[in-house]
Design a protein around this ligand. Structure first.
Ligand code: FES
Length: 172
């Protein structure tokens, strides 16, 4: 075998699986970059004033009325507060499918689950994906001081109690 016959792994791999692997690497890198961009979409954080409920001394959360449409996430209490078309809703942060923390896409004005890609309207209505119900709403009311009061321990699932789910809203 002459030295010119030495196998050049790069040249000999023209058209072999190495090329698609490289393309796939580049595609994955691009997807990762897009993922980072979507993670950097603006998410407003909100903090609750923690109150004691008159009923049984349970913890309830008090928030100012959100000034504009959009999602406000209280990570400490795993609550999402949404103002949308003159209504305010409170949701459990976890996706109703497998309780993965949902993300808010400000551009599309919808929630997205990073695990199986379920999507939901701002009012929690299911759009598409692997979940089988709407986002879980929390009991919500407006108090005399015009604050939004949320009971994080009272959760309504649309497939079990649709009437309560529909009523868990504050109309502005
Ligand atoms: S955990 Fe959200 S769709 Fe599966």
């Amino acid at each position: 075998m002459k030295s010119s016959d030495t196998i050049n792994p790069r040249r000999d791999c023209d058209g072999c699986p190495l090329v698609p692997e490289r393309r796939e690497f580049l595609r994955n890198a691009a997807a990762l970059a897009l993922g980072v961009i979507s993670l950097s979409l603006p998410i407003r954080s909100v903090s609750a004033k923690v109150l004691s409920s008159a009923v049984g001394g349970r913890k309830v959360l008090s928030y100012p009325v959100p000034p504009v449409d959009g999602a406000n996430i209280d990570r400490d209490n795993e609550v999402i507060l949404v103002r949308y078309k003159d209504e305010v809703f409170a949701f459990n942060l976890g996706c109703p499918h497998q309780n993965v923390s949902l993300r808010w896409n400000e551009t599309d004005m919808r929630f997205q689950c990073p695990k199986h890609h379920s999507q939901y309207q701002p009012d929690g209505e299911f759009i598409t994906g692997r979940a089988t119900r709407n986002m879980d709403r929390l009991a919500i009311r407006r108090d005399a001081a015009n604050n939004i009061v949320v009971d994080p321990d009272t959760l309504y699932k649309s497939d079990e109690d649709l009437a309560q789910w529909n009523n868990a809203v504050v109309k502005l």
